[in-house]
Design a protein around this ligand. Structure first.
Ligand SMILES: [Zn+2]
Ligand SMILES: [Zn+2]
Ligand SMILES: [Zn+2]
Length: 172
C-alpha cells in the first residue's frame, strides 16, 4: 500500500478541514493499456486499475472549495523514493516504444504504462478518471511493452514511474 491507505484516503475526502466542502480533485498515477502499431498508438488506451490501485497511486487530494491540499506527497507513489514525483509529472517516459518488435519484426505491440489522472469527488459517484497525458506525452510512463505476435517483452528498469532504483514494493 502507498503512503495513503484506504482509511486515510476516506478521511481525506470526507470533508475539508478548512472550509467543510466535500468536493475534491484527486490526482493519481493509474495503469493504462495501449495498443500500438509501428510505434504509434492505435487509440487513447484504456484504464486497467481497480479501486485499490487507484488509491495506491494518489499523490494529491485538493479541496475544490478552498484549494487546500487534504493530502499531498512529493514522493513517488510507486516506490516511495523521496522527491520522486518531480521525475514523474511532466517528465518523458524512459522506455521508448519501438516501431517493430526487435525479435519477430511484428508491427503491433501492447504497452502497459502509467498515466496521470484526475478524478473529482463530491455529490454522487466520483467522475471517471480523465488521463492528463497519453502515450508519447510527457507524464505518461511506459512500464512494459509486449509483442502481440511473439513472446518478446521489455520492462522498464527500476521504478516504472520515477526511474528510481527501487526496491519496488508490492502493489495491492
Ligand atoms: Zn476547503
Ligand atoms: Zn518510483
Ligand atoms: Zn515479436
Amino acid at each position: 500500500m502507498g503512503h495513503l491507505d484506504e482509511t486515510a484516503f476516506t478521511a481525506a475526502i470526507a470533508g475539508c478541514a478548512t472550509c467543510g466542502a466535500k468536493s475534491f480533485e484527486i490526482a493519481s498515477c493509474l495503469d493504462r493499456q495501449v495498443s500500438v502499431m509501428l510505434g504509434e498508438a492505435n487509440d487513447d488506451g484504456r484504464w486497467t486499475h481497480d479501486g485499490e490501485k487507484f488509491i495506491d497511486g494518489v499523490y494529491r487530494v485538493t479541496c475544490l472549495g478552498c484549494g487546500r491540499d487534504a493530502y499531498a506527497s512529493p514522493d513517488c507513489p510507486r516506490c516511495h523514493r523521496t522527491g520522486g514525483l518531480a521525475d514523474i509529472v511532466d517528465a518523458p517516459s524512459r522506455l521508448a516504444v519501438p516501431r517493430r518488435c526487435p525479435s519477430c519484426q511484428g508491427t503491433e505491440v501492447t504497452v502497459i504504462g502509467f498515466a496521470p489522472a484526475r478524478v473529482r469527488t463530491g455529490a454522487g459517484r466520483p467522475s471517471a478518471p480523465a488521463p492528463a497525458a497519453l502515450l508519447g506525452d510527457a507524464g505518461f510512463h511506459v512500464a512494459m511493452i509486449a509483442c502481440d505476435q511473439c513472446e518478446w517483452v521489455q520492462s522498464a528498469d527500476g521504478c516504472p514511474l520515477c526511474g528510481g532504483p527501487g526496491p519496488l514494493r508490492e502493489r495491492p
